[in-house]
Design a protein around this ligand. Structure first.
Ligand code: UDP
Length: 459
């Protein structure tokens, strides 16, 4: 089908950085676009493609190379080596892919939706005269903070305790992303995050996984300078309705989820009786922190479903899983959206990765925030003080959140009178998230606008 024909369906390549927290929202967004008549193809690295644990459903996949086809980041040995080689090899292999698709009659590419962790995605798009749409997988607040560091308006290392950034409430220095607050703690990470903005002014669209009511001021501020469109949360609307929980098309897991065990176990639990605990795909806990968490979960009067990734398992107290098997289930990975949507779950102890934050909010689950690093401290600040859908745990002078503090926070968000407002807010934000993605909602209208510009590029 030729371009210009009424039936022509534009084709978008979706290019996430190969991390779970980046793939998930971009995959969901590609499904949303596909529902609206756009052809989408996910582009993963060759290594990642080999490791996918669940099908992508109806979305086709193509591969490019990061230079580490046999082991990805682990093969690279360091983030610096990985990023450097990806920058050398990635653009060439993406160029080859677009050339190949150009020559096949109905797969020519119209647009690249790229993760700004790989800003060269836009350079390749522009080389071919394609539409280039940036897709931020972190919150707008966090993007704005990094942008102000990039512009040199927030000077590093930070010396003030009060940080003022347009569109954001006054933040304390410890509310900043850890790569900024603990300057020098992860220079490669900081570099990648600042490089996101190196060519932002050339992007045709700046898509953000958030929704207007959630981050209104900062979205409006950014929209003065860039073509910003909030399109989130990218959680399938069916999950908001709790209707299609068996939809196998949801996943793209790098780790294998223990879906049946989780579901069976949750089905046997009473409504709102379970604490769901997860620290996402990357965060690591100190051994002492793991022990305190284990003690807290054991002490609590609630059941728990705890995701302990295989790489973290050795930190669990000896025999803990056996000793607590009556009240707890430990799995190495779970279908998180299905878990959060389950009636048995009453609260979520989370590291506050942006996806987990949005997922909890969209499903109305109150949160106990235990941020570890990166953007999680900033997300935790908003969860506890701005949206008020959860409480942030207090660490002791060693930086450890003790067992009694964990129990206090869980009780507060699930049972206590004090937590009533939090539980009501969780429901309120769930409804607002749903409104945004439902037909005619703010995010839905933004997606429609994006789709319509792709379909009718000249109008
Ligand atoms: N997730 C999952 N199963 C788990 C834990 C996490 O499917 O057992 C998903 C979760 O739903 C989210 C993503 O992994 O979409 C984690 O992203 P997030 O931004 O919360 O944290 P990150 O892993 O990037 O630190």
């Amino acid at each position: 089908m030729e371009k210009g024909n009424k039936e022509y369906k534009p084709h978008c390549l979706i290019l996430p950085f190969p991390l779970q927290g980046h793939i998930n929202p971009m995959l969901q967004f590609s499904k949303r676009l596909a529902h609206k008549g756009i052809r989408t193809t996910m582009v993963t690295t060759k290594y990642l493609f080999k490791t996918i644990q669940e099908s992508l459903g109806s979305i086709p996949v193509e591969t490019i190379s990061d230079g580490y086809d046999n082991g990805g980041l682990a093969e690279a040995g360091s983030a610096v080596a990985y990023v450097e080689k990806f920058l050398k090899i990635g653009p060439k292999t993406l160029t080859d892919l677009i050339e190949r698709l150009k020559n096949s009659s109905d797969s020519a590419v119209d647009c690249i939706i790229y993760d700004p962790f790989i800003p060269w995605g836009l350079d390749v798009a522009k080389k071919f005269g394609l539409v280039g749409a940036m897709f931020f997988t972190q919150s707008c607040a966090v993007d704005q903070i990094y942008y102000y560091v990039y512009k040199g308006e927030i000077k590093l290392p930070i010396t003030d305790n009060e940080i003022r950034v347009p569109g954001l409430p006054v933040l304390e220095s410890s509310d900043m992303p850890s790569f900024i607050y603990v300057y020098g703690s992860y220079p490669t990470g900081l570099e990648v995050l600042l490089n996101q903005f190196q060519n932002v002014e050339k992007a045709d669209w700046v898509l953000v996984n958030t929704f207007h009511k959630l981050e209104q001021e900062v979205i409006d501020w950014m929209a003065k300078f860039w073509p910003v469109k909030a399109i989130g949360p990218t959680i399938p609307s069916m999950y908001l309705d709790k209707m299609l929980l068996n939809d196998k098309e949801y996943g793209f897991s790098i780790l294998k989820p223990d879906t049946d065990a989780c579901k069976e176990w949750l089905h046997e639990r009473q409504t709102r009786s379970v604490i769901y605990v997860s620290f996402g795909s990357l965060a690591q806990l100190q051994v002492e922190q793991m022990e305190e968490l284990a003690k807290g979960l054991r002490m609590s009067n609630k059941c728990f479903l705890w995701v302990v990734r295989a790489s973290e398992e050795s930190k669990l107290p000896e025999n803990f899983a056996n000793e607590t098997s009556k009240k707890g289930l430990i799995v190495s990975w779970c279908p998180q959206l299905e878990v959060l949507a389950h009636d048995s779950v009453g609260c979520f102890i989370t590291h506050c990765g942006w996806n987990s934050t949005l997922e909890a909010m969209s499903l109305g689950i109150p949160v106990v925030a235990m941020p570890r690093w990166s953007d999680q401290c900033t997300n935790a600040k908003f969860v506890s003080d701005i949206w008020k859908t959860g409480i942030r745990t207090r660490a002791d002078e060693k930086g450890i959140v003790r067992d009694t503090e964990i129990v206090r926070c869980v009780e507060l968000v699930t049972d206590g009178d004090e937590g009533k407002e939090i539980r009501m807010n969780a429901i309120k934000w769930k409804e607002m998230a749903r409104e945004a993605v439902d037909k005619g909602g703010s995010s839905d209208r933004n997606i429609e606008e994006f789709v319509s510009a792709l379909v009718n590029p000249l109008s």
